[in-house]
Design a binder for this molecule. Structure first.
Ligand SMILES: Cc1ncc(COP(=O)(O)O)c(C=O)c1O
Length: 452
């Protein structure tokens, strides 16, 4: 790789939104699905690295990576080359029926990050996070012969029927869509900033585990539970990191009752937290893992990884026409090259995972330094480039209105950002973000927050 991109400032050539943006948004509002959200007016035209230029020529710094997807930034030359080369060979020959070396080797690379000496893993490829989650639930039911699935409040697992049933973040995903999947229950997520069940930051993990055991004694027969699905770090729910001992103890609980443990790594996985999978920040091993978003720098591919001993569904029982598409698989290989450091990105140390760890720690420390000046920043948390800023009212309750105002003020100064949870702004930039670019984004945030 050559030429280290020079840190730039956002360049705003028009008032936002510019005339072309306005015109496209108007057409968009007439012909696209009424379900699409438009948090602020932005219509991209092209991207380079951590910068996105809109159709009016306004260049913005990207602090959300298309919801934690653009791992290697926009139009990374290594990814572009891999895609171009594969598309000239072939772009589809249905993986469900015919093996393809590019997906065989991609599966080998993915399982290498999770396998242990006496524990082999297998991969099912899909196209989206929701499909990976559906596959995980189908496999868990098929393998165990049990039907019940337990999920968490605040979770997000996608928008297909199984996935919305599991989702526990907002009722808008469910209202008017029932009946949903039967035999799904939700338990609180151990959020140390807002400890559930009358617990404290220190005891919230144990409180959730006790609550699950209570449910097993009272309403859910444990021997009918196929799986527990959880985001090891919660994404849409507010970028929440659970207490360090929670997931290992949840593993023990699942083992006691013969329940499979599914980690949904769709948002936090693929190097974002400084480890390939976010659960690797804890001492725990799941039975099934779902991946999507950041796996291929924006090309659509997802994966459901399962222990070989668990992936026992019979031939022909599950598949996908497009799943494991070879062009997307080529992009995934190129993304892994950069994540693992097989290919180096200038200015990002040995690997993008290392960069995520280092630049993430820098951002976390810098935003925490801002907290005394902005007391409405009630909590600043995260791991690597998976960072959440929670806005609070003086009484400590979530301040969604102030968060919305902050998000807009930050955008208007040329920094693309995205909300999550009730009152959180997430910082989930491409993992190629340098410390200088991070500092540019932080000074924009500081300026915007000062106007609130
Ligand atoms: C943790 C998690 N799981 C699943 C999904 C669903 O992914 P997709 O939108 O690709 O279906 C998301 C999407 O935000 C997610 O964050």
């Amino acid at each position: 790789m050559t030429a280290l991109p020079k840190p730039r400032q956002p360049e705003l050539k028009t008032a936002l939104p510019g005339p072309k943006t306005k015109a496209i948004m108007e057409r968009d509002s007439r012909h696209l699905s009424t379900s699409y959200m438009r948090p602020y007016p932005f219509v991209p035209e092209r991207g380079e690295g951590v910068w996105l230029t809109d159709v009016d020529g306004n260049t913005m710094l990207d602090f959300f990576a298309g919801i934690a997807v653009s791992t290697t930034g926009h139009a990374h030359p290594h990814v572009v080359k891999a895609v171009q080369e594969q598309v000239t060979r072939f772009s589809h020959v249905c993986l469900t029926d015919y093996p393809q070396e590019i997906t065989t080797s991609l599966a080998e690379r993915l399982v290498a990050h999770i396998e242990r000496p006496a524990e082999k893993w297998r991969v099912f490829f899909g196209n989206s996070g929701a499909e990976a989650v559906e596959a995980a639930v189908k496999l868990a039911r098929n393998h165990t012969g049990r039907s019940h699935i337990i999920s968490t409040l605040g979770s997000f697992h996608g928008r297909t029927y199984g996935a919305i049933t599991l989702t526990g973040s907002k009722t808008k995903y469910k209202r008017g869509f029932g009946p949903l999947l039967p035999n799904v229950s939700h338990v609180p997520y151990p959020n140390p900033f807002r400890p559930p069940l009358g617990s404290t930051p220190e005891t919230c993990g144990q409180a959730v585990l006790d609550h699950i055991e209570l449910l097993f004694q009272t309403v859910i027969p444990a021997d009918e539970v196929a799986a527990f699905i959880i985001e090891p770090m919660q994404g849409e729910g507010g970028y929440i990191v659970p207490p360090a001992n929670f997931l290992p103890k949840l593993r023990e609980l699942c083992d006691r009752h013969g329940i499979l443990l599914i980690f949904d790594e769709v948002q936090a996985g693929m190097g974002r937290t400084g480890k390939m999978f976010s659960f690797q920040n804890f001492d725990v091993q799941p039975d099934i893992v779902t991946l999507a978003k950041g796996i291929a720098s924006g090309l659509p591919i997802s994966a459901m990884l399962a222990k070989e001993s668990v992936m026992t569904w019979p031939v022909g029982s599950h598949g996908s026409t497009f799943g494991g598409n070879p062009v997307a698989a080529a992009a995934a290989h190129a993304t892994l090259d950069l994540l693992e450091g097989v290919v180096k990105h200038p200015g990002c140390g040995e690997s993008l995972m290392e960069n995520a760890r280092e630049v993430g720690a820098f951002i976390l420390a810098e935003v925490r330094k801002m907290q005394p000046d902005f007391p409405f920043l009630g909590d600043v948390r995260g791991e690597g480039l998976f960072i959440g800023l929670e806005f609070v009212k003086p009484d400590g309750s979530p301040d969604g209105k102030l968060r919305d105002a902050a998000s807009l003020a930050i955008f208007e100064r040329g920094l693309l950002n995205l909300d999550c949870g009730e009152a959180v702004i997430r910082i989930s930039p491409p993992l190629i973000l340098t410390r200088e670019e991070a500092a540019t984004g932080l000074s924009i945030m500081r300026e915007a927050l000062a106007t609130l």
